[in-house]
Design a protein around this ligand. Structure first.
Ligand code: GLU
Length: 305
């Protein structure tokens, strides 16, 4: 950990004030109110050693990073049947694209683009009695953190401007791959995207993907080791929209980004690291976040390759 600490501090200082060419997401108006200068990093190892710098304790909108948690819960319910509803192939298209769905007859390419996550939400709406409450309880249990919550303002802001997601959900329903009421599925989707966590909290909630022996404080295993391996594989190949190849190439870890500017990266058997910086590159990934992680895995020689 001492080695990680020094390297994290050094990279943080090196890139804190660089000319960041990214732009804060504006298509969800509430996200545009966040200060672009926020910059935080937090690492938690599987031995529970931890270290953070900058704005690592400030909560931010985790947006698409919540798709890791919704996939996890749906996978627990459905097992391999889940892959009949959503595929595990990189899409090579933007996160909110409708293009491939028509040719693929309403089966999204993977669970980490919006179309796939909306189908996963539909699966959860079918299984959960009170989807928003039950999903939050699930997150709170894995994180051992009863304070986790949605941001209602962000959920509402996304609902008002959610034209593409509304179109995606209706389009998929026309192929029969959404079973519930479109409004219910979207309301749930907008809420899970509005989950707020700090870098510290996010690095802790993902430990079940890094540590084969992880159990929650209630003694529950979250996924089998084989399922966790598969979720990590989808993260590596599909976690960064149409920049997933670039992230694997530059950073070399499974991970997931969100348009709130967060990036979660997982080193199986070692650690979870989270970087938050709201300015996004053209593909919707945090500009500084990617740069930080590229330097981190290079200097620590700790990618999976
Ligand atoms: N809530 C966002 C949307 O549906 C999530 C996008 C993201 O973070 O990739 O547009």
């Amino acid at each position: 950990m001492e080695n990680y600490k020094k390297i994290i501090n050094d990279i943080y200082l090196e890139i804190k004030n660089i000319d960041d060419i990214g732009k804060v997401a504006r298509y969800i108006p509430e996200l545009a109110t966040v200060s672009p200068d926020n910059f935080g990093v937090y690492i938690t190892t599987i031995q529970k050693d931890s270290f953070g710098v900058g704005d690592c304790d400030k909560k931010f909108s985790i947006q698409s990073i919540s798709k890791v948690l919704s996939l996890t819960l749906a996978y627990r319910f459905e097992g391999i049947k889940l892959w009949d509803r959503v595929d595990v192939e990189p899409s090579g298209n933007p996160f909110n694209s409708l293009l491939q769905l028509e040719a693929d007859l309403g089966k999204p390419r993977n669970p980490f683009i919006n179309s796939g996550a909306i189908v996963v939400c539909d699966v959860l709406v079918s299984h959960l009695k009170n989807p928003k409450k039950d999903f939050l309880d699930f997150c709170r249990e894995i994180a051992n953190n009863p304070t986790l919550n949605y941001n209602e303002k962000v959920a509402e802001s996304e609902k008002i401007t959610g034209y593409r997601n509304i179109a995606l959900c209706n389009f998929i329903k026309s192929f029969g791959n959404i079973k519930n009421n479109v409004e219910d599925v979207l309301d749930f989707y907008f809420h899970i995207c509005s989950l707020e966590m700090s870098c510290k909290e996010l690095s802790e909630i993902a430990l079940f993907l890094a540590n084969d022996n992880f159990t929650t404080h209630k003694g529950n295993k979250v996924l089998t080791n084989s399922q966790a391996k598969r979720v990590n594989a989808i993260l590596l190949t599909c976690g960064f929209y149409d920049e997933s190849g670039e992230f694997a190439f530059r950073v070399g870890l499974p991970g997931k980004s969100g348009v709130g500017g967060g990036i979660l990266a997982i080193h199986p058997d070692k650690y979870c690291i989270v970087v938050w910086s709201p300015k996004l590159n053209l593909k919707g990934n945090s500009y500084k976040g990617m740069l930080f992680l590229e330097k981190f895995t290079t200097k620590t020689t700790s990618s999976i390759f």
